[in-house]
Design a protein around this ligand. Structure first.
Ligand SMILES: Nc1ncnc2c1ncn2[C@@H]1O[C@H](COP(=O)(O)OP(=O)(O)OP(=O)(O)O)[C@@H](O)[C@H]1O
Ligand SMILES: [Mg+2]
Length: 444
């Protein structure tokens, strides 16, 4: 045990503490011990894990002292749920057993430290203060980033370590024209933007790119200029080619005229190689594409950490999505690289036509639907007219389809930050052959 002098004492903070144990006397004893110290404040005391999860969300204590063995929901399960839902709270596990297996399970669930019963007073005080001091910067970062919806700070803590950013490339694609790719790409980019996070949106619909129209943006240069001078592109050149939306989002616009598309696509690997070069200037790069599955799009998909595959719940939407998923399989993309999203669900007009129920779609595609974005002409059109992403309307965060778009961005945010280390390794690995070359060997 460390001596008290080594323990950070905080900055005069009062540490809020929640106690969870099914034995009332244990809770009372700990409460009495904590009452002697002016920097501790017990804000709640509960007898089972389930209640602890609910109350932790409400009370948001700094520290939760949690028993392992409890009826209904045990401490391990409760810790796992709390660390996801309330990342500002640090859990200290408590048990009579000093069993390494318990310890391992507790740590895996997200516990920060461990106390053995019967509780030693000094150890209790020191553990609380140490855990609080260690968790404080993470909790503060979380509070800054938190903008009304749950973030998992254990993962956010990985961000912005050093100069190199995550550089996660997310390609949004639909084999169906008009399925909502640009709407989703624009809102995804906007939803990924949180304090301290740098996001780039790339319009790789080389012929009829709409991002400039959606966001009312113009730029001196476009991706056509970059691709034509691919060998000279460096970070500064790239930066100077970007437009900046009023929200701060950086945007690389598509060619200014449709006839430039051929020039861009003539060098299908160019855009991917440019994005690869600048990727670590950004945390996330969202790429909007056209429905034409060109070699350029495949090169971008090869490079991507995630592909958001968009379809409407219609026969042609599902048929084409199936084809694309099969193609991804042949390209050896891992199943979790693709995130399948249905757009324009619950559409009154579409309902009168034939829409396919989710269960049937999932069964047919053998892939889960990982997001459903309801149709709402008024919200989407009003955002379009104002040149802002749909989700820019902060007051209506709980309204569909704003809520679903924010949820999609959060889902992708966390799944990518979690994969951070793995992605870094992959980025450092030797380049693979282009998708079409690899496909040539696969059956058609
Ligand atoms: N969830 C939605 N609710 C209502 N309207 C939507 C929704 N998603 C997209 N739209 C509208 O559908 C139209 C097509 O959307 P969008 O341009 O995003 O599709 P796209 O797949 O990028 O099309 P393209 O193939 O032309 O690039 C737009 O007018 C857009 O405002
Ligand atoms: Mg589009």
């Amino acid at each position: 045990m460390k001596s008290a002098s080594n323990i950070p004492q905080g900055d005069g903070d009062v540490i809020t503490i929640m106690l969870v144990d099914d034995i009332p006397e244990t809770r009372e004893n700990i409460k009495k011990l904590l009452a002697f110290e002016p920097d501790f404040k017990v804000v709640g005391s509960f007898g089972n894990g389930r209640e602890a999860v609910t109350m932790a969300k409400e009370m948001r204590p700094d520290i939760i002292i949690m028993d392992i063995n409890m009826p209904d929901m045990d401490g391990i399960q409760a810790t796992s749920e709390i660390t996801k839902a309330v990342p500002t709270a640090a859990v200290v596990m408590m048990s009579v057993q000093n069993d390494p297996d318990y310890l391992r399970k507790a740590m895996l669930a997200g516990a920060r430290n461990f106390l053995t019963k019967p509780i030693d007073t000094d150890e209790l005080y020191n553990t609380i203060r140490t855990v609080y001091a260690r968790n404080k910067p993470i909790a503060e970062q979380y509070r800054i980033l938190e903008d009304g919806h749950a973030l998992d700070m254990r993962r956010v803590a990985h961000l912005n370590v050093g100069e190199k950013r995550g550089g996660h490339i997310i390609v949004v694609y639909s084999p169906q024209g008009g399925a909502g790719t640009t709407t989703i790409a624009t809102n995804l980019a906007s939803g990924l933007m949180k304090k301290g996070i740098k996001v780039l949106l790339v319009d790789a619909d080389t012929q009829f790119g709409d991002v400039g129209v959606f966001l009312k943006l113009q730029a001196q240069s476009t991706l056509a200029d970059l691709v034509s001078q691919v060998d000279d592109v460096d970070v500064e050149f790239f930066d100077n080619s970007l437009a900046t939306h009023e929200s701060g989002l950086k945007v690389l616009l598509g060619p200014s005229r449709p006839e430039y598309a051929d020039d861009v696509e003539a060098n299908p690997a160019a855009l991917a190689s440019i994005l690869d070069k600048v990727s670590h200037q950004y945390d996330f790069i969202v790429v909007d594409t056209s429905s034409h599955l060109s070699e350029m799009v495949i090169a971008l998909m090869d490079l991507a950490a995630k592909i958001v595959l968009v379809a409407t719940p219609t026969l042609s939407g599902v048929k084409n999505a199936k084809f694309v998923l099969e193609l991804f399989d042949k390209l050896n993309y891992s199943a979790n690289k693709t995130m399948f999203i249905l757009n324009r669900t619950e559409d009154e007009r579409a309902r009168q036509r034939l829409t396919i129920p989710s269960e049937i779609i999932e069964k047919h595609l053998k892939h889960p639907i990982q997001g459903k974005i309801p149709a709402d002409e008024r919200t989407v059109m009003s955002a379009l007219n104002r040149g802002v992403p749909v989700i820019a309307s902060q007051r209506e965060r709980n309204r569909s389809p704003i809520r679903e778009m924010i949820e999609l961005a959060d889902k992708i945010f966390f799944s990518l930050v979690q994969q951070d280390d793995k992605d870094m390794e992959m980025a450092a690995a030797p380049k693979k052959k282009s998708g079409f070359l690899r496909l040539g060997r696969a059956s058609r």
